[in-house]
Design a protein around this ligand. Structure first.
Ligand code: 5GP
Length: 199
């Protein structure tokens, strides 16, 4: 959003605790959403998980590379997430590509990053995905089985803290049924797209 300020900003921020099903929702939105939408591929310093592909799931960077890009102002926002020592950030280049294509950028980011985006773009669509209960979060996290017990406990604690932030988002979606959650988000986006089209 560097070169054409006459264009409305099409940014969707999706946050929610680990295990809330955000990533699945993102995949479904990219496939099914009636509005043109593109996933912003974040940069991260965390190691790739099995099956993750550089440039597809994340731009995997060393801490030194991340720091250089941060100093060069290449990030719209960045944060150390879940107190793991791992940094994550949204690259301007990702959002610019979508903006030029008149597509929405879909940012799946944590609550700290989301707050930076809200400050920068008060009109961004912000959606917090949540689950009916913390027991359900824990069950889903364990079912995923990608974290050690220590990391899992830290993520649960982060989830408790993140849930307190849900009210800062323009929309809260309870993901107790995936289809219903995806449809609700599609409706939100369609409404905003119609507003833009009507301008
Ligand atoms: P994971 O390591 O499980 O892929 O992601 C951990 C967390 O990092 C998720 O809660 C996700 O929302 C957050 N995250 C991913 N990309 C970004 C980003 O670009 N910026 C920020 N602030 N958080 C991110």
């Amino acid at each position: 959003m560097t070169d054409d300020s006459s264009q409305p900003v099409r940014v969707v921020v999706l946050s929610g605790p680990s295990g809330s099903g955000k990533s699945t929702i993102v995949q479904r939105l990219i496939r099914e959403c009636p509005v043109p939408i593109r996933q912003s591929i974040s940069a991260t310093t965390r190691a790739p998980r099995p099956g993750e592909v550089d440039g597809e799931h994340y731009h995997f960077l060393t801490l030194a590379e991340f720091e250089t890009q941060r100093k060069n102002g290449e990030f719209l926002e960045c944060a150390e997430v879940h107190r793991t020592g791992n940094w994550y950030g949204t690259l301007w280049s990702e959002v610019d590509v979508a903006q030029k294509l008149k597509m929405w950028s879909l940012l799946e980011i944590d609550v700290e990053g989301a707050q930076s985006v809200m400050r920068m773009y008060p009109h961004a669509i912000t959606i917090f995905v949540t689950l009916p209960s913390l027991d359900e979060y824990e069950r889903r996290l364990r079912a995923r089985g990608t974290e050690s017990e220590e990391v899992l406990q830290r993520r649960l604690q982060t989830a408790r803290e993140e849930l307190k932030m849900a009210g800062c988002y323009r929309h809260q979606i309870v993901n107790d049924d995936l289809d219903t959650a995806v449809q609700a988000i599609c409706r939100i986006l369609a409404t905003h797209q119609a507003e833009i089209n009507a301008r």
